[in-house]
Design a protein around this ligand. Structure first.
Ligand code: NA7
Length: 544
């Protein structure tokens, strides 16, 4: 461990966040590189997304056997998933098991939020201020040569500023900060605001658990059935036997899934052929509909419309009341350009007597009253409001930390017009700071653990390489960053993605600059580029 005489000892590395990224980062840096590392986590437990998002119906949209770590064959063999799409408590148990199995807890400080970090140019290290306790009175200042942000892409909750919320006499919750003790909805009239992946997962469960559910929908979404099912002992054993092939395919796939990009093109297919593919994928369920239907789905408007119309047909066929079905039909964005949800009985739920759909695009919410929600058309009396209103995605959590780089430049200033990074891994002007699945990397367009492992391994290899050569400081060069930002933009423009008002472009947060944030070119191509950069002695980085 490096140390200085006049200041507190300097950690080799400090990791922020104990989700999938942070836990593995700590393990790599501490157990493979032998570094002195500390991890700070705001929650009172590990798990990140799966610690906070405990809302009814919360489960993963990737299948369990590939939404998991691949770095330890022993871990793979000893952990048995119980269902195709794991529920939140099961993933949280898995992450706790990982923390115990690799003895990570002794270097994790819980209930500690990183509030600010300033780069000390003379010492080439970060000075990090943390906050503990209600009033933040028990914080400390720590120094670390490297800081790795593992704060997650969807961790800074978005609670829209509705007038009157403070006067509401019932209870309200954001799905991303759900009470650990759960919420008893029995006998309650519930309002659910938001129909993204979260709202769509929560709707059927809230409808079943409450007296009455009113869903407030601003934008209808395209949802495909998940087709969840328990994993039989035979299936689980088969997965364990084939883990190496599964992981290899995930690494070569543009989306981090255990299937490769399809070369089938819908532009060359007849309507019947297209519909046969859609029907097959609809029956099989899940995100395959997006990832494995047609290679031109996300860049050809006509092709995309054929998939969209197929899904609209399914909605019409499922929802009995034609007026409600009509309200549920998405028309304002191409399929997949907003993160596509997958569901269990979402559309079927609108056939229940105790469920009502309210279109708040047509009649916007004016205010929250003491007794409920008032739109321009009516007041809806409810006992509980559930906000499934999403996140300040991809940049929010990092910008919540007061980060100051070279010359006192703040990240907030630097990113005012949108995030700028080199490979989504580093930011020019902020040396020795790495961002796991940062904006400009494939991240949210992939099965996250595959993208996370790729970043964690690249970062730890980079730090090992620097230390072998006694290099104290690494910083993305501005020209490399500029070139990458332009490349991320150009790639997005070849697709339909920027057409939607999605959180991928920050459209859900009032005032946020509209920039398509993830790299859309594919995790396989991206991985090659990162490897090439490393092989060329960290091309595009300034080393000192
Ligand atoms: P999303 O996908 O951002 O969905 C949020 C939903 O909340 C969406 O339907 C929004 O409508 C709606 N929303 C947001 N603000 C408002 C206001 N002010 N009034 C009415 N409705 C509003 O978040 P999720 O939590 O569902 O999913 C996040 C990701 O987590 C998901 O994609 C997976 O990757 C996991 P809008 O569409 O903006 O009109």
């Amino acid at each position: 461990m490096s140390s200085r005489q006049d200041t507190p000892p300097v950690l080799d590395a400090l990791v922020i966040g104990a989700g999938f990224s942070g836990l593995y980062m700590l393990h790599r840096l501490r157990d493979e590189l032998n570094l002195d590392v500390r991890l700070y986590e705001a929650g009172d437990g590990v798990g990140g997304t799966w610690y906070w998002n405990r809302y009814p119906g919360a489960r993963c949209d990737s299948e369990s056997y590939y939404y998991s770590y691949s770095f330890s064959p022993e871990l793979e063999q000893e952990w048995t998933w119980t269902s195709k799409y794991p529920e939140q408590p099961e993933i949280l148990r898995y992450l706790n098991h990982v923390a115990d199995r690799f003895d990570l807890r002794r270097d994790i400080q819980l209930e500690t939020r990183v509030e600010a970090a300033r780069f000390d140019e003379a010492a080439s290290c970060w000075e990090v201020r943390t906050k503990r306790g209600e009033g933040g009175e028990c914080g400390e200042t720590v120094r670390a040569q490297f800081v790795v942000s593992a704060v997650g892409c969807l961790s800074s909750g978005n609670l829209p500023k509705f007038d009157g919320l403070d006067r509401f006499e019932g209870d309200y919750y954001h799905t991303g900060a759900w009470p650990h003790e759960g919420v008893d909805f029995s006998g309650k009239r519930v309002a659910l605001i938001g129909t993204g992946s979260t709202g769509i997962q929560a709707t059927p469960v809230l409808a079943a658990e409450s007296d009455h559910l009113t869903v407030f929908q601003r934008t209808p979404n395209f949802s495909v059935p998940a087709r969840n099912a328990p994993l039989s002992p035979e299936e689980a054993a088969d997965i364990k036997q084939h883990y190496r092939e599964i992981r290899d395919t995930c690494r070569q796939s543009p989306f981090g899934f255990p299937y490769l990009a399809t070369e089938r093109m819908a532009a060359e297919a007849t309507t019947e052929e297209r519909n046969a593919v859609y029907e097959d994928l609809w029956q099989r369920g899940g995100l395959r509909f997006l990832a494995a239907s047609f290679g031109d789905l996300m860049d050809n408007e006509d092709v995309n419309e054929s998939a969209a119309e197929f899904i609209r047909g399914k909605i019409r066929a499922t929802v009995k009341d034609p007026a409600v079905a009509e309200m549920l039909l998405p028309h304002d964005h191409p399929y997949g350009t907003k993160r596509p949800p997958i569901d269990t009985d979402y559309y079927e739920t609108f056939n229940r007597d105790n469920v009502r759909l309210v279109d708040v695009r047509k009649a916007p919410i004016v205010e929250i009253t003491p007794r409920g929600i008032r739109t321009t058309e009516a007041e809806h009396e409810v006992d509980v409001i559930v906000f499934a209103t999403g996140f300040d995605a991809m940049t929010g959590a990092l910008l919540n930390i007061d980060l100051q780089g070279i010359g006192g430049q703040t990240l907030r200033d630097k990113w005012e017009a949108g995030p700028r990074t080199y490979l989504g891994l580093q930011i020019a002007g902020f040396p020795n700071l790495f961002t796991v699945t940062g904006p400009g990397s494939p991240s949210v367009l992939t099965n996250m653990p595959v993208a996370i492992e790729q970043h964690v391994e690249w970062i730890s290899d980079c730090i090992a390489w620097l230390r072998e050569r006694d290099i104290a400081r690494i910083e993305a060069r501005s020209d490399a960053e500029e070139e990458w930002v332009n490349h991320v933009y150009d790639q997005a423009q070849t697709t339909l993605y920027p057409k939607a008002n999605s959180w991928y472009v920050g459209a859900n947060i009032p005032g946020k600059s509209r920039v398509f944030m993830p790299f859309v070119g594919g995790l396989d191509i991206y991985r090659e580029r990162c490897n090439e950069v490393a092989e060329k002695g960290y091309e595009g980085f300034e080393l000192q």
